[in-house]
Write a protein that binds this ligand. Structure first.
Ligand code: TYD
Ligand code: MG
Length: 446
């Protein structure tokens, strides 16, 4: 008899508690003899040119931020995995979503994790009710199929996949292999019947993984729910999508009556109280197809020790050191004997170099006590010679600024020609060649 680790396929003649290869516990199962299968032809080949494109029907969830990350709604027959840490709001979103979908479709919500009365009290808190939303508090797979055959729902929500059980498999309840086999049975069933399957899945605090990573290839779309520093803000990210773009984000806020969608980033990432203060500048960053408005704050102060230190929250410290060096080299300002602090609003982490100009503006503003009007946005990357360079998706960023009613936008001079094609009238462009022009502009005009 041979045993095999279901995690890494390591074999062993005895059943081990811990796999010495991948270090996982309780993953050894008896290796079944390979069946001898008689092969005969029951499928056929298709020429690519002969295949007809079947128009996949999409249904909107009624939650814009969710539709955005899904790629404009849910596709019939598709399966979606939604992962996130315990307590982040998966069940809340799943219930809100189920209620919205149940307005026009029948929905079966399988709650293997919470009792009926817990769900009822959550629904009362969320102030939702529906005649077309059916709750099943069973966790056995065959029972789920029996109810599905009887109810014939269009959408099935499972909260959560870890808690389901199956009499058909002899794997250990809750083990990775069982979760995988149940997910496989469910996705297969829903695909054949053309049902939408939404699976909720936990991930642990340190980001792993026991569950979701091993399930990702079984589903069409993977969404991850994430905190950003602020306690009640949530980001929903697409990391895989067979039917739409990846790297989209949806923004939500957890309130006392559930998750509230945030359609305008201005509402949360720009602090209205800080109007015209020193060291504050505004810029945009692109996440997926979305342009998000971001506030950069800096503080340049006398050093705590005999030499100046740099502290960064939201951009890489090396980038900050480079920007500080550029200011020292190309302007008459001295920063080596100052402490420099940078903070990006709401704990956002930004890797884009498109926010360089805004960071430089905010540093100069704090250093020289110059106020920057909250009506101006800075867009541009800086090169090592202090020159401003064009950035990607400029049109998208500017049209979003225009929509939000910003009146002034500082841009690299290199964008001047392209800007003539933009059909925007209400926004004034200020073209800046390099950091020297930026400093003059801040000193002169604001
Ligand atoms: P929940 O959806 O149960 O998280 P998960 O399913 O990811 O474990 O949400 C849990 C947290 O959200 C809990 O701490 C209470 C809070 N919450 C609110 O703040 N407002 C609400 O309306 C609801 C339903 C929950
Ligand atoms: Mg939950």
């Amino acid at each position: 008899m041979l045993y095999i680790c279901t995690n890494c396929q390591q074999t062993s003649p005895t059943k081990l508690g811990k796999c010495y290869n991948c270090q996982e516990w309780n993953t050894f199962e008896e290796k079944k003899d390979e069946k001898v299968v008689k092969i005969f032809k029951n499928t056929k080949l298709h020429k690519l040119s002969d295949i007809k494109h079947d128009n996949q029907k999409r249904i909107k969830t009624g939650i814009k931020e969710l539709d955005r990350v899904l790629g404009d709604g849910l596709i019939m027959g598709s399966s979606i995995l939604m992962g996130g840490e315990p307590g982040i709001g998966k069940s809340t979103l799943a219930l809100q979503l189920s209620q919205k979908l149940s307005i026009n479709h029948s929905v079966m919500y399988i709650s293997a994790e919470e009792s009926l009365s817990q769900i009822k009290s959550r629904s009362e808190r969320l102030q939702i009710s529906s005649n077309n939303l059916f709750i099943l508090d069973d966790k056995e797979l065959n029972q789920i199929f029996v109810h599905t055959e009887e109810l014939k729902p269009e959408i099935i929500v499972v909260d959560s996949i870890h808690t389901l059980d199956s009499e058909n498999t002899d794997t250990i309840p809750g083990s990775i292999s069982q979760v995988r086999s149940i997910t496989h049975s469910l996705t297969d069933y829903c695909k054949k019947k053309g049902l939408i399957l939404i699976l909720i899945c936990h991930i642990t605090k340190d980001g792993v993984i026991a569950g979701p990573k091993t399930l990702e290839h079984l589903v069409d779309t993977v969404l991850y729910f994430d905190h950003i520093d602020s306690d009640d803000l949530r980001l929903l990210r697409t990391t895989k999508n067979r039917y739409g773009p990846t790297n989209e984000i949806g923004i939500f806020k957890m309130e006392s009556k559930g998750l509230l969608e945030i359609n305008d980033s201005e509402e949360i990432f720009i602090s209205k109280e800080n109007d015209n203060s020193f060291g504050t500048s505004i810029t945009t960053t692109i996440e997926g197809s979305r342009s998000i408005l971001v506030e950069v704050q800096s503080l340049v102060s006398q050093p705590l020790q005999s030499y100046g230190k740099r502290f960064s929250n939201g951009i890489e410290i090396n980038r900050l050191m480079m920007l500080v060096a550029i200011i020292e080299k190309f302007t008459r300002n001295k920063l080596s004997d100052k402490d420099v602090f940078i903070n990006i609003s709401q704990g956002l982490k930004i890797k884009e170099t498109a926010i360089d100009m805004a960071i430089l503006a905010s540093l100069i503003s704090s250093l020289k006590n110059i106020q920057i009007s909250s009506d101006i946005v800075f867009l541009g990357e800086v090169g090592l010679n202090g020159e401003f360079k064009n950035i990607s998706k400029m049109e998208k960023r500017i049209s979003e600024l225009n929509r939000l009613g910003f009146k002034n936008c500082a841009l690299p001079s290199k964008f001047q020609n392209d800007s003539k094609n933009l059909p925007l009238k209400d926004i004034k462009f200020i073209f800046l060649k390099n950091i020297f022009e930026l400093e003059t502009f801040l000193g002169d005009k604001i």
